[in-house]
Design a protein around this ligand. Sequence first.
Ligand code: G3H
Length: 258
Amino acid sequence: QLMGQLLGMKEKEKQLASYLEIEHCVIVSGDVDEQVKLREEIGHATLETLDFLLPEGNNIIAVMGGATMAEVANQMNETLSKKRELIFVPARGGLGESVDIQANSISALMAQKTGGKNRVLYVPEQVSEETYKPLLQEPGIKKTLKLVEDANCVLYGIGDAMHMAERRGMNDEVLALIETKAAVGEAFGEFYNQSGDVVYKIPRIGMQSKDLAHIASVIAVAGGKSKAKAIEAHMKKAPRHTWLITDEGAANEILTGI
Ligand code: G3H
């Protein structure tokens, strides 16, 4: 029976990847909305995916923030560094998340867990242009941004639009915009509608979704029925070689809609 379930899941993974028009999906059984502990399994599945995709030798891995990414970091260990040099770098500066789930902290934790290296990107994104522009001339910041540009792998989360805007304490104007423009999801500080078109973005420093096409390994990690719409819309504009690590909660919701 277990064999049957496994085969069933493999079939579902194929079905989902083909529907989303991406390279591959990994589906963990259960729904993280109902069972927070499932994040650990999603994290573990992400680690296995990384171990499968990353080449030997030097790797620059750009990472985003969020609770899902924090658990991915938690699951990491030194096996990932076997035959590999790993440098972790935050793909963006501060998007207004609490410290423990900021890209900077997650990248540092990943380096620590794997015995790899880490670079920081301390550029607050919720400040005016006059404030952050001069920071871009700082040699340390330039160096980190160059690494972000050269990344061969990116690991990121996807969130429900309103949930993310509220969690990051975005102002009323932005909240209203998200509603009037019918944003359903968020990734990389970009809010997008059901067609995957960006309707509002935090227009600052670091990686944006348009950069994904040039990165060898693109891995999105997001689960839970509540993220189904956000995941589906995001994948409409994601490059073909994207991998998605998700759960049954999200997968079933997306697949019942077809
Ligand atoms: O951009 C999306 C968020 O990083 C997702 O955050 O993993 O806490 O749901 P989360």
